[in-house]
Design a protein around this ligand. Structure first.
Ligand code: HPA
Length: 275
């Protein structure tokens, strides 16, 4: 059913927009502003798309923005779905399957996250080198449809090395500090305990968050090129001295939004486009 449902969603989207981008961007909490800079945008609310889950997380607009950024066709997702909303992993990743059927070959997955690496400071941007998923769920669990991919996908290079190089080059040219590190995934919705953060630190995580990994796992399975870009909005539990709040996370993401958008828009214009 996943294939058929995703096909119906893709068909509806093709009726609503004449744009045929090959690059998609999932915009994380507080990072949606680049979607506002699109010329002649076609907005498609998720609520209009068949089989799309319904999401109500603050900081997420819940729509596709199709259009051109500096002449290049792109689709932005303003808002994403999270496992903590009570959705299945399949539902969380449903948009990624739809994007695949729409012809997306490269996906940029962004998020707001907490810093574990003490060299980082809130406001820093981080390229995702790799991730750790210990939540006991995986977005590919369920019957496999060979039209999408193989049963046992390789995960050697989820986050494309050449896209990471491109992002580093762009950051250097723009004099933007860009960190690089391992993203540790937690389901949320609560923030992590201090002991969990110590454990993830010992395992090699540099940052921690509640998104990205399900979608990256699905996108890798679908054969997409993936770039993961995080905004460190706070230091993780036990490293930070204060308690966390979603409002503070959103405010910090919005504060970094300008530099984040500057880097992202440069990268998007320079991603090699495939047929
Ligand atoms: N933990 C998990 N998710 C987050 C955090 C955090 O500290 N900050 C922003 N998203």
């Amino acid at each position: 059913m996943l294939y058929e449902n995703a096909m119906q969603a893709a068909d509806l989207i093709r009726e609503k927009t004449s744009y045929r981008p090959k690059i998609a961007v999932i915009l994380g909490s507080g990072l949606g502003s680049l979607g506002e800079q699109i010329e002649n945008a076609d907005y498609i609310p998720y609520a209009d798309v068949p089989h799309f889950p319904v999401s109500d997380v603050a900081g997420h607009a819940a729509r596709f923005v199709f259009g051109k950024l500096k002449g290049r066709e792109i689709v932005f997702m303003q808002g994403r779905f999270h496992y903590y909303e009570g959705l299945s992993m399949r539902q969380v990743c449903f948009p990624v399957y739809v994007l695949h059927l729409l012809g997306i070959r490269t996906i940029v997955i962004t998020n707001a996250c907490g810093g574990i690496n003490t060299q980082f400071t809130p406001g820093d941007l981080m390229l995702i080198e790799d991730h750790i998923n210990m939540i006991g769920a995986n977005s590919l669990i369920g019957e496999n449809d060979e039209r999408f991919g193989v049963r046992f996908p390789d995960m050697t290079e989820v986050y494309d090395v050449s896209l990471r190089k491109l992002a580093m080059t762009c950051a250097e040219e723009l004099s933007i500090t860009l960190r690089s590190g391992v993203y540790g995934y937690f389901s949320g919705p609560c923030y992590e305990t201090a002991a969990e953060i110590r454990a993830y630190k010992a395992l090699g995580a540099d940052a921690v968050g509640m998104s990205t990994v399900p979608e990256a796992t699905a996108a890798n399975y679908l054969g997409m090129h993936i770039l993961g870009l995080s905004c460190i909005t706070n230091m993780a539990t036990g490293i930070a001295s204060k308690a966390h709040s979603h409002e503070a996370v959103l405010a910090a993401a919005e504060k970094s939004g300008k530099v984040f958008s500057e880097l992202l828009s440069e990268v998007l214009c320079r991603i090699p486009v495939e047929d």
